[in-house]
Design a protein around this ligand. Structure first.
Ligand code: SF4
Ligand code: SF4
Length: 362
């Protein structure tokens, strides 16, 4: 959908008395009215209505959104602001006003079919399975490239929980989220169609990165593409296999759980990661704002590329809320874990914590 398909969402926000003013992690981190949900959507409204031309500052505002959906929680209209703003970014691209990091991300994506400019085939080959497995695992390119240890941990835990997984060949492809977040709607839809075709060989796909799972399950259908088979998060699968967990003592030491935006608000998966954590950890801290109201780690919507300092500030602020005493933050999102670490906070992937627990069981 182009930015014009979001006219109602833009108008609703532009005429809103800023009900969700406090909810946006970007405006909280920057203390900027023009980067509030209302400010960004008003910019999109004025530009699409032809009331003022887009300029560099306006284009920058359209990119100051992680797509975290936190504003939606407090919105009577349940406005999908990230979806609308990402579409609005298309106008910035057309008018050559998109921030440089967006342009370079797209150039990289179009030449390598992923945002990192690497051959994912080599990385996937490292996980070639010795024998067939029950589940096909799609780790996502961030996990493969930036933290392959988390993929090893996922495979280890899955085996221990009698849910053997193997990294599948499909993992050599990116789901296309960067195209969506950059506002290249048509290129994203074409990419999604190709990806869905390749998915036909997989009656059931297990996804490690909740951002990828959200893209396949929520964003693809918005662009008219339905994944042909069943797509599940790894947390859903592992939670359903908890009955096979080893008799291991729980890990000592308090950890703070972070509800990743795409897993929580995006896919409504709050119980599964908590069930896994409750089995493995003796003390789990819940932030005052959790589940639907949970904060954002700043990693979505290309924000770490367009506004790296703001993204780090968002992560730092969220870490303070989650773990005021500096406890380790546990998250089911490899990108969020990296964001917390970039902000100088101790953080661990949920599957890594689960592995430590399983190992205690011998
Ligand atoms: S998202 Fe909803 S509450 Fe927030 S500014 Fe828009 S209309 Fe108002
Ligand atoms: S989706 Fe998140 S980052 Fe974007 S405007 Fe809403 S609260 Fe802010």
């Amino acid at each position: 959908m182009s930015e014009h398909g979001h006219a109602r969402a833009y108008a609703t926000c532009a005429f809103c008395p800023k009900v969700c003013r406090f909810a946006c992690p970007v405006s909280e981190a920057t203390k900027s009215e023009s980067l509030s949900t209302w400010g960004k959507m008003t910019e999109a409204f004025l530009v699409t209505e032809g009331k003022r031309p887009l300029d560099r500052d306006g284009a920058s505002a359209l990119h100051a959104c992680t797509g975290c959906m936190r504003c939606r929680t407090f919105c009577r209209h349940e406005n999908e602001v990230g979806y609308a703003l990402f579409a609005g970014r298309g106008a910035a691209l057309e008018q050559k006003l998109a921030p440089e990091p967006v342009k370079s991300t797209l150039e990289t994506f179009h030449s390598h079919h992923n945002p990192f400019g690497r051959d994912l085939g080599e990385l996937v080959a490292r996980f070639r399975p010795d024998s067939p497995a029950r589940y096909a695992l799609f780790p996502g390119c961030t996990a493969l490239l930036k933290g392959p240890g988390v993929v090893e941990d996922a495979l280890f835990v899955a085996a221990r929980l009698a849910a053997p997984m193997a990294v599948c060949k499909l993992a050599t492809r990116c789901c296309g989220y960067p195209l969506y977040a950059a506002g290249e709607g048509m290129a994203f839809a074409a990419h999604a169609r190709r990806f869905a075709q390749a998915l036909e060989g997989y009656p059931e796909l297990v996804v490690l990165d909740p951002g990828c799972a959200y893209t396949l399950l929520v964003v693809y259908p918005r662009f008219g593409v339905e994944p042909p088979g069943r797509v599940r998060t790894i947390y859903d699968v592992l939670a359903s296999h908890l009955g096979h967990a080893p008799a291991a003592p729980k890990l000592e030491g308090a950890v703070a759980y972070h509800d990743a935006c795409h897993l929580g608000r995006g896919l409504g998966q709050y119980e599964q990661p908590r069930a896994l954590l409750a089995a493995a950890a003796a003390f789990v801290l819940e932030a005052p704002d959790h589940e639907e109201e949970a904060g954002c780690a700043g990693g979505g919507g290309l924000l770490p590329r367009t506004m790296p300092q703001v993204a780090a500030d968002v992560a730092r602020g969220q870490a303070r809320e989650l773990a005021p005493q500096g406890q380790t933050i546990v998250t089911a999102c490899p990108t969020s874990r990296r964001m917390f670490e970039r902000a100088g906070k101790p953080a661990e992937d949920l599957v890594t914590l689960l592995r430590r627990w399983c190992e205690k069981g011998g």
